[in-house]
Ligand binder design. Sequence first.
Ligand code: ATP
Ligand code: MG
Length: 563
Amino acid sequence: MTSDSSSGSQDFIRTIIAQDVQEGKHEGHVHTRFPPEPNGHLHIGHAKSICLNFGVAEEQQGLCNLRFDDTNPSKENVDYVTSIQEDVKWLGFDWEDRLYHASDYFERLYQFAMKLIQDGNAYVDSLSADEIRSNRGTLTEPGIDSPHRIRSIKESLDLFARMRAGEFEDGAHVLRAKIDMASPNINLRDPTLYRIRRQPHYRAGGSWSVYPTYDFAHPLSDSLEGITHSLCTLEFQDHRPLYDWVLKSCNVACVSQQIEFARLNLSYTVMSKRKLLQLVDEGHVAGWDDPRLPTIKGLRRRGYTPESIRNFCEHIGVAKRDGTIEMPVLEHAIREDLNQWALRVMAVLRPLKVIIDNFPEGQAEDMSAVNNPEDAAAGSRTVPFSRELYIEQDDFREDPPKKFFRMTPGQEVRLRYAYIVRCEHVVKDDQTGEVLEVHCTYDPETRSGMSQASRKVKGTLHWVSAAHAVPAEVRLYEPLFSKANPADEKHGTDFRTYLNPDSLQILSNCQVEPSLAEARPGAQYQFERQGYFCVDPDTTRDRLVFNRTVALRDSWAKIEKKL
Ligand code: ATP
Ligand code: MG
């Protein structure tokens, strides 16, 4: 962990918790949890929750658990469990020996449910799901009591035991809390606590035929773990009275307190696991770790570091009202981090051949290049210079617009860390007129770092030596969606309509400087003038693959115009 989180400003949650500690609530102890459901991979929204839960606990010398909220047998699996643990660790958090599963509490939850029935606080209802829904009433009308609401305790106990034993079909009965069908809060109109699902559970096996609902399992799991503050997102605000009712009616020893905060929304992406799953399953992206996704695995592959994500979460803070964070805010966080330590190198993404006519054939000179001007300790390296080079196609214009300070016939430019060169003529394809080669002369007196080298030219270009360069593939990314809020249901259009067809651009003929020959997946660089890049895991011994993490400067105004 970094020390960043302890300097976190006092948001409303930290204020409440600090006050509770001061007042000696729960003996001044703070215990939080991060409770993912293992039905998908984590995304940046989860990172916000992770940073908050682990961060608050650390600041108060408290503890934070990792708990799998695995009460739904149909969508959960052990691959997600493993992946979630990996991601939480990668983000830099440690649950130590406090890894829990709601499914481990199934027996105890069942005992709590029996107690509710015995106390007259729950009953088995045999109406269908549709009937229960239509009896629930509306925001303005009260609900209608189920005919089974007056069922005897004995009969409910018997039916509930047989539900567990697997005697009934899915949907034949449910267990409902007996609260108030006329409550203005619909969540309190006899909510369902257990459903029959004759389906094996990835962890509990085939021994259960009934599964608890979130509203029943969550408060009790919190209480069983001694959680003092149960932090969750705003959509659970209206469930809080039910959360409190469950804890009170079950007469638990530890009464946890639910506090809600705004979930993170990011522009130009979607954050729900269901939608992310759809994108993966339907092949709109290459997998859960596709660098265009806001998943932790996607961000990691894109080149985001744990520090940058933690700094982002700290920067956006915790609020009580939902809002959307602009993507450039996230990009700013990774740029700031990489700027400090990523090595600068030269790579040509769209090569154009340059021939230095007065440079001897078959020779090379070693030029000294600075590794990171932000970090003197990073030192320097040598880069070979020779007669045949590559520069970016964009850096040459035969008919330049005004104020084009790059390479054009008759104009001098500096080649970074090397010499001043002047373009003398070009060789073109007879048929297409495409420029195939640019011929230059160099001035041997202008070698970079020499005292005479200070002649002023307006442009400095990056380059690689053709004979020494290493071929590479570079993947450039644009937003996955062409609409700032693709999931906004108000406009009634499926979010997939807004997929940006240009979100991935593959450049397969790039040339990178030879110092990158041995670069291995995960390594990160600044390609001078091009942005920050990382080596992709698709890299093999014979093929280097890079992802562009982010451009050097915020170019969103331009991107948005184009989308
Ligand atoms: P999704 O809606 O993306 O499917 P979820 O809420 O169903 O996510 P859970 O696995 O239940 O996913 O979430 C675990 C924890 O992470 C919960 O406490 C939840 O409130 C929190 N969380 C999920 N999404 C966000 C988000 N976008 N911002 C902040 N916290 C989030
Ligand atoms: Mg959920």
